[in-house]
Design a protein around this ligand. Structure first.
Ligand code: FAD
Ligand code: NAD
Length: 471
């Protein structure tokens, strides 16, 4: 009779990187099936979202918004508010929140029976990962492997940029002094959220964007309002600007030189934030040696089920090129767990999902579905309903009426796109998303009874204003 040898380093599931999708896959598989699951993490327990990205940046943005409101306290009846900002307090508030999130994560690993293995992981076989940690190297093997290594801030090869030691979203969240002049390279999501927040905290802020306008994927009317709001608050926005040379060092003095509309351009600030996009963490971890292919941009190639050509190996989240949002990474978890639990999936499960997003400036920019220019390019016939945020009566109680909402309505009365630029706009998305997902006519929203005065109530007025069909 033969007895099987115990294999202490063998798992049912190994996850490389503890980001959103990876941790939920391990927690769920372990708790639902009792399978032996482990997650390998080198630095951030639970990935970047709770440590250095979404949640801490929103804590920072909220601090800035409170400071902004206090500075305008007279209109709320606050007299003589002290406008000085203590950056250490801003940072400590953020750190306390992150500490709470870390306790929550540690508790979940324990409660769901998932092993957390600290160290840097690298493939040394198709389903073998070598982990280099404090106590040396260990090789772990598994029946199934999920790669969830995320992405990091890109730093361009502009001469002098790396030597200037630019801040990324990681370092800016740890500042204990307010920059006197922050130069933000890149006018995308990271750049705009931090630019407005730093301005509201009291820094001089210049945003440099190489495209001819900010938020190039959005309709022109959206970009115009955002630029208008930023300018009004004192953020200088330089579009169509190419930086060719950086000198000095962030934290003391840094000068950026280049061209703006063919003319020479120069700006000097105390700090520089590099916010020009992300690079996937997929190099030097042995992927290609073991049958896992990368796209030209370095993302891991997967099919609709997020499985790589290497059987039993999945890739999820930013490293797999999924749209870079935590809620999309969470949806990646739902796809992979269904595969692992042998649940049937529709053939286009990944490519047919909604990709909503909210940019957390004030006003917020919330969007789902098609923009006007996209619908037009696709040749879709649509009617547009548009309502200034002042028509969402709650905004008047808040004194925050900037922006507008618009909805694109197809010939069959279904909603094909929705964008809201306004205070709290992100909270308006789910009801519209549900109608879109179910293929409901827009009248199902305009005919709802929605409490007054909530922001959502404004959806009734927006959808009541859909123009009649042309005969
Ligand atoms: C400043 C900022 C703000 C953002 N705000 C939002 C927002 O408001 N809403 C939103 O939806 N999205 C937001 N995002 C995007 C969101 O953070 C990412 O899309 C999401 O965190 C990606 O999750 P992930 O699991 O793919 O990767 P990550 O969360 O990056 O997790 C990957 C993990 O793998 C680990 N790792 C990598 N390589 C190895 C290795 N070889 N060995 C061991 N461990 C490894 C990393 O340390 C990391 O912990 C923001 C991003 C940034 C930068
Ligand atoms: N609220 C949110 O959901 C949120 C917030 C932050 C980040 N994110 C996610 O993180 C991703 C990364 O954000 P990001 O802001 O780093 O990237 P991004 O792609 O959103 O924006 C980068 C911007 O930098 C510009 N740029 C690139 N190279 C440049 C250069 N050399 N000089 C000047 N401008 C340059 C680009 O044209 C672009 O406008 C986002 O795409 C988003 O998916 C989401």
């Amino acid at each position: 009779m033969t007895t099987s040898q115990p294999r202490p380093n063998h798992y049912d599931l190994l996850v490389l990187g503890s980001g959103e999708a990876g941790k939920f896959i391990a927690w769920t598989l372990s708790s639902k099936t009792g399978q032996r699951c482990a997650v390998i993490e080198r630095r951030w327990l639970g990935g970047s979202c709770p440590n250095v990205a979404c949640l801490p940046s929103k804590s920072f943005v909220h601090s800035a918004n409170v400071v902004h409101d206090a500075k305008h306290g007279n209109s709320y009846g606050i007299r003589d508010a002290d406008e000085s900002v203590e950056m250490v307090a801003v940072r400590e508030r953020k750190r306390d929140m992150v500490d709470g999130l870390m306790d929550m994560h540690a508790g979940r690993f324990k409660n769901f029976g998932v092993e957390l293995i600290w160290g840097e992981g690298k493939f040394v076989g198709k389903k073998s990962i070598e982990v280099t940690g404090e106590s040396g190297k260990t090789v772990l093997t598994a029946e199934k492997v999920v790669v969830c290594t995320g992405s990091r801030a890109k730093i361009d090869d502009i001469p002098g940029l790396k030597a200037a030691k630019p801040l990324t979203h990681v370092e800016i969240l740890e500042l204990d002094v307010l920059p006197s002049h922050l130069v933000v390279l890149g006018g995308g999501y990271v750049g705009l959220e931090f630019a407005q927040a730093m301005r509201r905290l009291g820094a001089q802020v210049t945003v440099i964007e190489r495209n001819a306008r900010l938020l190039k994927n959005e309709d022109q009317d959206i970009a115009d309002v955002i630029v208008g709001v930023l300018n009004k608050e004192g953020v200088k926005v330089c579009t169509g600007t190419t930086i060719q040379q950086v000198s000095g060092e962030s934290g003391t003095s840094v000068t950026l030189k280049g061209l703006a509309s063919g003319k020479s351009f120069e700006v000097t600030g105390s700090h520089i934030l590099c916010a020009i996009g992300r690079l996937p963490n997929t190099e030097n971890i042995g992927l290609e040696e073991f049958g896992i292919q990368l796209t030209g941009k370095g993302f891991i190639e997967t099919n609709e089920n997020l499985e790589t050509p290497s059987e039993g190996v999945f890739a999820v989240g930013d490293c797999a090129g999924s749209p870079h949002f935590t809620h999309i990474a969470f949806d990646d978890f739902r796809i992979v767990i269904d595969v692992l639990l042998h649940k049937p999936l529709p053939p286009n499960r990944k490519s047919s999902r909604q990709v909503p997003f909210t940019l957390f400036t004030t006003p917020e920019l919330a969007h789902v579905g098609l923009r006007e220019h996209e619908a037009s390019n696709l040749g879709i016939k649509f009617r547009t309903a548009k309502l200034p945020m002042g028509g969402f009566l709650k905004t008047r109680t808040l004194g925050e009426t900037a922006g507008f909402a618009k909805a694109l309505i197809a010939e069959d009365d279904t909603i094909v796109g929705f964008t809201a630029l306004g205070i709290g706009a992100g909270e308006l998305l789910p009801v519209v998303q549900l109608a879109m997902k179910r293929g409901l006519p827009y009248t199902d929203i305009s005919e709802m009874v929605i409490t007054h005065p909530t922001l959502s109530e404004g959806l009734v007025f927006l959808f009541s204003g859909v123009p009649a069909k042309e005969n």
